[in-house]
Design a protein around this ligand. Structure first.
Ligand SMILES: NC(=O)c1ccc[n+]([C@@H]2O[C@H](COP(=O)([O-])OP(=O)(O)OC[C@H]3O[C@@H](n4cnc5c(N)ncnc54)[C@H](OP(=O)(O)O)[C@@H]3O)[C@@H](O)[C@H]2O)c1
Length: 290
């Protein structure tokens, strides 16, 4: 038996000389096995950046992280009033702090500005939630370069470069990166006008998988949340009520998702309780896609 094979078997076989198992060294855990579940879901003292969090899913995520103690950077482009409401809601819980930062994350400058403002205010970043996105509606015949670029800039390019910048400063171990895709990447009922949107989400899922292996070696987890239909302005855009109703009926619960259906799983992934969840694509859709 070669030396390598012999040492592998010695690691898993009982040692006949003293009848004890030789166990390979374990990675250090970030919390002891006696820690309570609640203690490990606390985000007290953490700093979270949530792109596109003035409304809809991002706002719900920002509030959830704040309720669990994180200091949250709320990002918006147009709607300063809604962003202000989100930060007031977080501050009123008396746990985490919050600031609103106007930054267009479809540009690399805007994305970097957002991260810089977070560090300037709170001194660090622990959790990066890449929620901002657009969902236009064009078939292959209708797509032009500007439409393609507008989708890839905000849905793929900026999240990738934000992850790159954050990877250099996130705590290792303990940092968290959470991307957003869509359950539609796994659905067989896909309409032709979703081409560009789903191409970006496919790209994000692969970026997340690769980064989970890469940054995972430093104890930074990288996961993807893939909602099903959620009742937000993005989802409602251009759909007559009959279409919305028929999509709702396709869910076992016969309703659309709400932003608050999505936020808690993001909060959990951001916590130390989820330290062993890495490289996963979690479909949060009430069973819309199984
Ligand atoms: N809703 C769904 O059914 C659904 C399903 C699957 C996946 N998702 C994914 O979930 C994420 C959130 O979707 P949503 O439905 O909550 O979207 P939404 O209702 O359109 O809200 C988008 C948020 O992003 C902000 N935003 C837009 N452009 C931005 C930019 N260039 N830079 C920074 N922030 C920007 C908006 O702020 P302002 O208003 O200030 O511009 C707003 O806060 C997206 O990644 C989406 O693909 C959604």
């Amino acid at each position: 038996m070669s030396g390598t094979m012999a040492s592998f078997f010695n690691a898993v076989r009982p040692n006949t000389s003293n009848s004890r198992l030789t166990v390979p060294p374990k990675m250090n855990k970030q919390f002891s096995s006696s820690s309570t579940f609640l203690a490990t879901t606390s985000l007290l003292g953490k700093v979270a950046v949530v792109t596109g969090s003035s409304r809809s899913i991002g706002a719900s995520v920002a509030k959830c992280l704040g309720e669990h103690g994180a200091n949250v950077v709320v990002n918006y482009v147009k709607d300063a009033i809604s962003a202000e409401e989100v930060i007031q809601s977080i501050r009123s819980q008396g746990k985490g702090g919050a600031i609103a930062v106007k930054a267009d994350t479809s540009t690399l400058e805007g994305a970097q500005f957002l991260l810089d403002e977070a560090v300037k205010t709170f001194g660090k970043i622990d959790i990066l939630v890449l929620n901002a996105g657009v969902m236009g509606s064009k078939t292959l015949a209708e797509i032009d370069e500007a439409f393609f670029d507008s989708h890839f800039d905000i849905n793929v390019k900026a999240p990738l470069f934000m992850a790159k910048a954050a990877a250099a400063i996130l705590p290792a171990p303990g940092g968290r990166i959470i991307f957003f895709s869509s359950s539609l990447t796994a659905a067989s009922t896909v309409t032709p006008n979703a081409l560009c949107y789903l191409a970006t989400k496919g790209a994000i899922e692969q970026i997340s998988r690769v980064l989970a292996k890469d940054l995972g070696s430093r104890g930074i987890t990288v996961n993807t949340i893939s909602p099903g239909p959620v009742d937000t302005p993005m989802f409602r855009e251009g759909k007559p009520q009959g279409v919305l109703d028929s999509i709702a009926k396709q869910n076992p619960s016969r309703r659309l998702g709400e932003p608050d259906d999505i936020a808690p799983i993001v909060g959990f992934l951001a916590s130390s309780a989820a330290q062993w969840i890495n490289g996963q694509n979690i479909r949060v859709n009430g069973g819309f896609v199984v």
